[in-house]
Write a protein that binds this ligand. Sequence first.
Ligand code: THU
Length: 161
Amino acid sequence: MERKQKAIEWIRYDDPDEVPPPWRHLLEEAGRGWNKAWAPYSQFLVGAAVLLDNGIVLSAGNQENAAYPMCLCAERTVLATAASQYPGTAVRALAIRVKNLRKKLTEPATPCGACRQVLYETELRQDGKPITLILQGEEGPVVVIEGIAHLLPFGFDHSAL
Ligand code: THU
């Protein structure tokens, strides 16, 4: 018997002004994703922006539906847009910002489990090149996570298929 461990790590900036400028810029783009969200049911707007290896930035918002299970998270919406519009181009970073129309959110939220699994496969598709996640609420502290392994240490991959 052997007890094993995996470590995860993240960076927290209590002062958003300390965040490196490229990531600050991507957070601004994620904020633009709020305007693209359709979230009349949850009133919870998620804005996501990706920076691709070719320098292109794309943003998206969550897309809800009266048939609730059809709701699309902002993260998967922007990742599918990137893969469709720029196939074969690696995703360098993904910024996510959340805004609740009922109360001000001053802490980031992390991607749901389904989106973590999609991020995991996105990294595999780009030969394991890690995607940096930059997370923020409506305002306030910023969390940076350098690679999905820190959020999903045991993703499902194709090796068993
Ligand atoms: N949502 C996202 O867009 N990303 C997440 O990681 C978590 C949840 C959306 C789905 C739904 O439109 C709303 O937030 C409430 O769950």
